[in-house]
Design a protein around this ligand. Sequence first.
Ligand code: ADP
Length: 683
Amino acid sequence: MHVSDLPVPAAVREHYRASGIEELYPPQAAAVDAGITEGENVVAAIPTASGKTLIAELAMLTADGPALYAVPLRALAREKYESFAELPGVSVGISTGDFDSPDEELGEADVVVATAEKVDSAIRNGASWVEDLACVVVDEVHLLGRERRGPTLEVTLATLQRRAPGVQIVALSATVDNPEDVASWLDAELVESTWRPVSLRTGVYDGSEVRFDDGSALGVDAEAADPAEERATAVTASLVEGAIDTGGQCLAFVRSRREAESLATRLAEADLAPDGDAAADLADEIRAVDGTATARRLADAAESGIGFHHAGLVNEHRALVESAFRRRELGVICATPTLAAGVNVPARRVVVRDLERYTGEEMSKLPVLEVHQMCGRAGRPHLDPYGEAVLVGDERTADDLWERYVDAGPEAVESQLAAREALRTHVLSVVASGFADSTAGVLDLLDATFFAHQSPDVDLSGLLATVAGELAEMELLDVGDDAGGVASVDATPHRGAGPDAAATASDALAATDLGETVSRQYVRPETGARLIEGIRIIERMADDDVTALTALGVVCATPDMRGTYLGNRERADIYRYASKHAAEFTTAPDEAEDFESWLCAVKLARLVFEWSEGASIEALVDRYRIGPGDVESHVERVVWLLGAGDALAATLDAEVDVFDRVRRRLADSADESPGGDVERQPR
Ligand code: ADP
């Protein structure tokens, strides 16, 4: 199918032609045949780089009203926003920042790009633009299978379909085992394809050579170093250098931040920079961002044409590495697997050195889907004759790697909604935002989720009764007669209850004022309960004891705060600090449920406090052995949670202003950039 046949404005067709798009790729043509331009729901499960963006654009441009493009990550939102903004005659809005504003102004845009969490939050806060949507595109819909993101995504989609009846849903997925499940859930046509614009061969290094799935082999010139780990690194280095020598670029995936940096240092022994001047400029830009040791290491590597990429980097460094790689100023990026799920950085060769990762307790094998996403990055359209992905094994492991990752297909997507924690969050939000006022109503909505579609025989009513009871104990939900009914929550099966199933009084559910605040502030119920407990303790504390540390201690001990770890030597130091400031904290160590988590919360509170007092990121990174990007994300979360604490204090009519005071102090030290990222102001 030719671009000139598309039912989009002439200027858009011209824009496509100017970007080198003449004929539609086969999966794109299949999506048009499936009715993407006629308002049909479509699930497209197709490989990376097979042109999903165009499929989304065709749906959004032909929809009879505003469209929403939902992404899992902020970095992706920015990339999509920039790409849609280039479409002639289309106004684009972006929503990825604070969680709690309705963003009515987004109602003006033709296309809104938002993170899935932001969409969920907009729905909870009653944003009216949601009701006007004609088309919703969900990127990376296979994340339905993720523990936390998945339930949010499915409940959001189920509510969106209620709020905007008849809305066109387009879901874009990586290749998974059961795309038909997702398609039948969404009542969508399925477009499934393994077609790629650049062919991909995948191989395994078996201790002597790489064997590819197309029958070819590649000798690897690596010294037979020992132990196995060093050999894997030597093989990786040789594969990286080989790709660059022949004019390609390479992505090398390893299991941890430290490994990414040490592989980069090792590779920097050879000069791999495609362009020395550009590399020197890039290094200067990297150093200009901040003066941390990480920045110095990254800049030094960049001078040799090498980048590294992981969650410990500040956003600005990550963005610099990605864009320099796309401009071909870096020959290789040594990365943790998060890069594969993120932005568009194709390379000729992908080398996966580590196929296991430490999960906190043990080493576990990477999921097939994740490895396929890394491999799928191989092959740049128009630049590479083919893409090549190599999994580094040895004599012992090669057969297993081959079976698991080359021969076998990816995992199925499975709903995670039945997890109690997820259900608590979503039951509260469904009731608080007025979608349901009874157990029957909640069950009716849950009936429209992916979970119910996948497990039609599971009766959720028992679980719902338990969860409602837990929320009532947290003072977030009124149940039965407390909610205006006459009896306690009804645990009889309600599966299949339709919209006309009358809610009986015993069924009644109502969010308390606290529950409404918790839902609007977009914190988990358990976080809400901890904040409430903290506020009540603060009310009883002597004024002099209530300091910034008090508020920081409360928010850092909530489950919405991303955890940290403690080094052995650090433990005693943090404990001493906690003892010295014992009067300021709301919880004593012997009252804590878990001593280790309590110490971690103290560490985070101290870190953010010192940041607010002017400590440099450099000093904090050094003192607490975390990445510069961790400081950024911890501060950002603390600012959000302090806001929630302040809102709950107001709901409780408590005379506690310390959350607000500390939030303002942090905001003074921080600048909210358009992406909502907190960055350090120059002082
Ligand atoms: P993904 O499926 O990974 O989202 P993209 O939509 O980003 O892939 O497309 C990958 C690249 O292919 C982009 O550079 C895009 O411009 C290009 N592309 C998409 N469709 C076509 C086409 N029909 N003809 C030529 N190039 C195309």
